[in-house]
Design a protein around this ligand. Structure first.
Ligand code: HEC
Ligand code: HEC
Length: 429
């Protein structure tokens, strides 16, 4: 509590600020004229004070006094602080707007005004069309995407009630300047966001009167939590604590028989997110790469290299030519490599070897390059740059080839590695 603050300080804030709880808050004034050491004095009972701590009491802060077992603080004695909150102070906290319209302030605003206010106050982060700049939240679109692997959750696609939009914006936006928007501007912005989500026409005006007529598309996607009635009873039965098993356990499967990492239909480990650039262009991910299956299918492949020398399955994607979008993405990723590697016509040895024809080639074979002993040995041992090897190497060069000369931290994203491998596959020997 600073002495110089002229504003009342809320001492006790526990939970959601409804009018009722705000009214119960104790508000302390801390103006210059307020006697500073006051807090401790009134909380010491007449009996305890003299014997327990007669002198330092006046300077002891409340917390310390409470920690001292010698000082008794009866709960019922008023702290002697503060005053009841003013109606204005309660109003300032009592912003909540409920789905049925409770708490809506009177006012209105149209889409056109909202567009202008949004452009001025919000577009710097959320974009002119509420599309979300950089990684600021996107506020429009995403309709029908909720069941996708990467749902786009926006006001339009996800939020069940318009009251939340109004309440949230009025309470906390613009980010960093919360509660600077007027009521009418908040109505206008809310109308504009409805328009951006294709829910109203451009001549729409939103007001406290027609507010509750708006039904959000995902209103039915939420329902009251009924688990206390429907499910809890199933779990609340007395648990069995002894002799619970009626028959002897039976082994149905062994770990070696089941794939330890389940795979999705696209051949990637389950839950692997799709490559965003592919999603954007509506392309599907290439079918399972044979190379990715190899280690799981044949656990004994301690020396897979000798078997895969020659035409590596990974070098030739099953689906024919690699995806142009992926290649383009790979070209971008390759900028991280270009400081050390040249590729393409006339590519020469640089800090690292030229990478023409590297996909499917034996390791450490580029002429004119002095490889580390590690990579040279791997190459001599029959190691081949198939997709699996490249993925491991590029993810973490030092882990795959300890002692490698490739001073590169690695590409942590599998998408990036896929892309750069696709890009490299376009350069023949
Ligand atoms: C300085 C950047 C910035 C500005 C300007 C800004 N916002 Fe935000 N907005 C954010 C951030 C950051 C979040 C996420 C906050 C969080 O999750 O706690 C957000 C969240 C939101 C959300 C919730 C999105 C969701 O789906 O969870 C809405 C609605 C919103 N802002 C509306 C607005 C409006 C309307 C304005 C203009 C009056 C505005 N914002 C101005 C940064 C900004
Ligand atoms: C800081 C320089 C540097 C960067 C950046 C770098 N590399 Fe390398 N790279 C090397 C060096 C040096 C070697 C040789 C490693 C050895 O001998 O152990 C190498 C080896 C390789 C090899 C094996 C080539 C062969 O002939 O066996 C491949 C494949 C490769 N790098 C790909 C990449 C890719 C793809 C990137 C970018 C994602 C990249 N590198 C980034 C320096 C670099």
């Amino acid at each position: 509590m600073s002495k110089s603050s002229e504003f009342p300080t809320i001492l006790l804030v526990t939970g959601w600020a409804t009018a009722a709880t705000v009214a119960a808050f104790v508000v302390a004034t801390t103006g210059q004229d307020a006697p500073e050491p006051a807090p401790a004095a009134p909380i010491v009972t007449a009996e305890a004070a003299p014997e327990a701590a007669p002198e330092p009491v006046a300077e002891t802060p409340v917390a310390e006094a409470a920690a001292d077992p010698g000082i008794v603080i009866p709960a019922a004695v008023p702290l002697g602080l503060g005053r009841p909150a003013l109606p204005e102070e309660i109003d300032a906290w009592d912003l909540a707007v409920l789905p049925d319209g409770t708490g809506l302030p009177e006012g209105s605003g149209d889409v056109e005004t909202g567009d202008a206010v949004f452009a001025e106050n919000c577009a710097s982060c959320h974009g002119d069309f509420a599309e979300g700049l950089d990684s600021w939240p996107v506020l429009a679109g995403g309709a029908g995407s909720l069941t996708d692997r990467r749902p786009v959750k926006t006001i339009g696609s996800y939020w069940p009630y318009l009251s939340t939009v109004f309440d949230y914006i009025h309470r906390s936006m613009p980010f960093g300047q919360a509660q600077t928007l007027s009521v009418d501007d908040t109505y206008a912005i809310t109308a504009f966001l409805l328009y951006s989500n294709g829910l109203v026409e451009d001549d729409f005006t939103l007001s406290h009167e027609n507010f509750t007529e708006i039904v959000m598309p995902n209103a039915d996607g939420f329902y009251p939590d009924d688990r206390p009635e429907t499910e809890y009873s199933l779990f609340r039965a007395e648990p069995c604590m002894e002799n619970c098993r009626t028959a002897a356990p039976e082994v149905t499967k062994r770990a070696v028989e089941i794939s330890v990492t389940p795979r999705d239909a696209d051949g990637k480990p389950a839950g692997t997110l799709p490559v965003l650039s592919l999603v954007a262009t509506g392309k599907t991910v290439a079918p399972a790469e044979p190379a990715a299956e190899a280690p799981a299918a044949e656990p004994a492949a301690a020396e897979p290299a000798t078997e895969t020398t020659g035409v590596s399955p990974a070098a030739e994607p099953a689906s024919g030519a690699p995806d142009p979008t992926l290649i383009a993405a790979g070209e971008t990723v390759f900028k991280k490599c270009a400081a050390c590697h040249k590729v393409g016509e006339g590519a020469k040895t640089a800090v690292g070897p030229a990478l023409n024809g590297v996909i499917g080639a034996a390791m450490a074979q580029a002429g004119g390059f002095n490889y580390s002993a590690t990579l040279a040995e791997m190459g001599a041992g029959g190691g081949v740059w198939d997709a699996t090897a490249l993925h491991s190497f590029l993810e973490n060069p030092k882990a795959f080839a300890p002692g490698t000369k490739m001073a590169f931290a690695g590409l942590k994203e599998p998408e990036d590695r896929d892309a750069v491998i696709a890009y490299l596959s376009t350069f023949g020997p």
